[in-house]
Design a protein around this ligand. Structure first.
Ligand SMILES: [Zn+2]
Length: 139
């Protein structure tokens, strides 16, 4: 079973307009081993209400390097009935790859064998990640 390790949100301000932002960083463990990392940027102010999310999957053992991982970039939104998850291009996320591993293009993400793991994880975080859910569902 996967478990999500939550850390305190980090507040900041948007580079384009100064509106308040919240950054979330999460570590996901599977059977006690590091399995994935995800980060979300939540921007208030004039921006469309959507979570700018990156999910890094692969080898997160201490000896591993970013080249052992790949990163899926997604935008999460909510409407009255459900949450929506869509892969986006690397230039559409405000995250950079860094230690996460290379950010896949939208096509690469859609064809990737780990795509289902990403959706399993987004299902889970949309159930348990309270600040993220609160941001998406706030009136
Ligand atoms: Zn802005």
């Amino acid at each position: 079973m996967d478990s999500i390790e939550f850390t305190d949100p980090v507040t900041g301000s948007c580079q384009c307009c100064g509106a308040p932002t919240i950054q979330l960083a999460r570590f996901v463990h599977r059977n006690g081993e590091p399995f994935a990392v995800y980060r979300a940027l939540l921007a208030h102010g004039p921006h469309e209400r959507r979570a700018d999310l990156v999910i890094s999957l692969g080898d997160w053992a201490e000896a591993a390097s970013p080249s052992d991982r790949v990163t899926f970039a997604c935008h999460l939104t909510a409407d009255q009935h459900s949450f929506n998850v869509g892969f986006v291009e690397p230039h559409q996320t405000s995250w950079t790859s860094g230690e996460l591993g290379r950010i896949l293009s939208r096509d690469e993400a859609l064809q990737h064998p780990w795509k289902q793991e990403v959706f399993n994880l987004t299902d889970r975080l949309l159930e348990f990640d309270k600040p993220l859910i609160a941001y998406l569902t706030a009136p």
